[in-house]
Design a protein around this ligand. Structure first.
Ligand code: PNW
Length: 493
């Protein structure tokens, strides 16, 4: 199979890096092997099987706990510059605390990192991709302010074990899911439904402080020796008004969807986005609360969080249109529907195609607009695309032209942002290397460049056409770089 690129001169900026991503709970399996303890996803899938489309669990998943060498073969086939994976906190530190560090857990990640490096693939490591130790959840999880220290101690252990070899770090993946989906909706573990965004906002603050503490630990104790990069990764849904009259509420929605997590870190002044903070204070008061539901930052905390980044980590998948709620509508808190605090509703543009998972509306132009928005808001910072990808549903589906088209369309918009809008994107990550446990969709939704046969005990991985496409794209780029050709075209066809 050949997936040809239109122009042989197609070229990304020199030094631009390509990779693929996975996450521990979604691929590893080995959920109770050795001294590993339970994470909130172990608990959730075992106790709330109705919450998962096919009632499945990540107990075995892709069995990457055993098949990691095969995964590295796939990475070699693709020719990627880097592999983004996450560390399972409960595999490495079964009690959640640094009093016990698992020998087997340490060995597993050492093997993986060493073998990647031996093959010339750079590891990009996420410390937290949603699998909190259940023990810490019993103590309130991300709503307990002590978690900022629990996470910082975990980060220090991980850095001291692996930072001699791992140079690019992600502290926390997608706080909007950790806080909004887990504390205000029943979608994600631990599915703790606290009204009025109270849990969500406390979590929001704690995630930022936890991230910043880990960042400062790296900065002080590890950067002088290892010179790496650390940041947080946000998933941002791009939004545009349904019509002009909704421009203000759309700007506010962006501060809610992105600014709540990005303003404290990337803006010059730090802290919550001011208009958002003011609004929540007013609404809280009108509801009879004596203090705002959005926990304030102290001056020290603003300084701690502000600037705690070496790059901007961005996961992007989809877009929405925004309008205000009508007086007769009662917005329900749901990640994809509405936001009662801000009185807006998400809508889909009738022209957009919707992916088979139901929420991934295709709007490639939204990717470019989001990238330019980030530049406009926070200046000329390095942006690393840490996830972007497309879902399919069929089994034995190797001829995935639709996924290839997705990658072409989104990459093209990324290139327009780079070349036309001067956005400093330094790398791109396809989600995902292999089909895996897609959270509430279980194994019914597939994001892999490689198919995984989950009914086969060998968990055989087979390349899809998109794997070939991605490998060719990377190969082509390396050739152009080697020949030092000028970058004339950036059209994918
Ligand atoms: C990401 N949205 O989640 C996660 O980081 C991955 O673990 C996951 O498998 C992947 O995307 C595909 O779903 C997202 O609302 C959750 O736009 C929500 C959104 C995007 C990504």
């Amino acid at each position: 199979i050949t997936a040809r690129l239109c122009s042989s001169e197609l070229s990304f900026p020199p030094g631009f890096k390509f990779g693929v991503a996975t996450a521990a709970y979604q691929i590893e399996g080995g959920w109770n092997i050795s001294d590993k303890s339970h994470s909130i996803w172990d608990t959730y899938t075992h106790e709330h099987e109705m919450g998962i489309a096919d009632h499945s669990t990540g107990d075995v998943a892709c069995d990457s706990y055993h098949l990691w060498r095969r995964d590295i073969e796939l990475l070699t086939e693709l020719g990627v510059d880097f592999y983004r994976f996450s560390i399972s906190w409960t595999r490495l530190m079964p009690s959640g605390y640094p009093n016990r560090i698992s020998k087997d857990g340490t060995k597993y990640y050492n093997n993986l990192i060493d073998e990647l490096l031996a093959r010339g693939i750079e590891p990009i490591v996420t410390l937290y991709h949603w699998d909190l130790p259940q023990q810490l959840q019993y103590l309130g999880g991300w709503t307990n302010p002590y978690i900022t220290d629990w996470f910082a101690e975990y980060a220090r252990v991980v850095f001291s074990l692996f930072a001699d070899r791992v140079k690019i770090w992600v502290t926390i993946n997608e706080p909007v899911i950790i806080c909004d989906a887990s504390y205000s909706t029943p979608i994600m573990a631990p599915a703790t439904l606290i009204p009025d965004n109270i849990g969500t906002y406390i979590c929001n603050k704690n995630v930022l402080i936890a991230h910043a503490k880990a960042y400062r630990i790296y900065d002080k104790e590890f950067r002088p020796k290892y010179h790496g990069m650390v940041s947080i990764v946000n998933n941002i849904i791009w939004v545009e008004p349904v019509s002009k009259e909704y421009t203000d509420v759309t700007n506010l929605a962006l501060q809610n969807l992105a600014g709540r997590f990005t303003h404290p870190v990337y803006s010059k002044e730090g802290g919550w986005p001011p208009e958002f903070e003011k609004l929540i204070a007013e609404i809280s008061k009108s509801q009879g609360y004596h203090t705002t539901r959005l926990p304030a930052f102290t001056k020290e905390e603003v300084e701690l969080v502000k600037g705690s980044y070496d790059y901007f980590g961005l996961n992007h998948y989809t877009s929405r249109r925004i309008r205000k709620t009508r007086p007769d509508e009662h917005p329900q808190r749901n990640l994809f529907l509405s936001e009662p605090d801000l009185n807006y509703i998400f809508e889909l543009d009738p022209d957009w195609t919707i992916g088979c998972n139901g929420w991934l509306a295709l709007y490639p132009e939204g990717f470019r607009r989001l990238l330019t928005w980030i530049k406009k808001e926070y200046g000329d910072i390095k942006i690393l695309i840490t996830e972007n990808g497309y879902p399919t549903k069929q089994t034995n589906y190797l001829n995935d032209e639709d996924r290839i088209q997705f990658y072409k369309d989104y990459l093209k918009q990324m290139m327009l942002a780079i070349y036309e809008d001067g956005v400093n994107v330094i790398g791109y990550t396809a989600w995902s290397l292999i089909d895996n446990f897609e959270w509430m969709d279980g194994y019914s939704i597939k994001f892999g460049l490689y198919e995984v046969n989950f009914t086969d005990p060998q968990h055989t991985r087979t390349p899809r056409k998109s794997a070939k496409f991605y490998a060719d794209l990377i190969k082509n780029q390396k050739q152009i770089e080697a020949q030092n050709k000028s970058r004339k075209f950036y059209t994918l066809c």
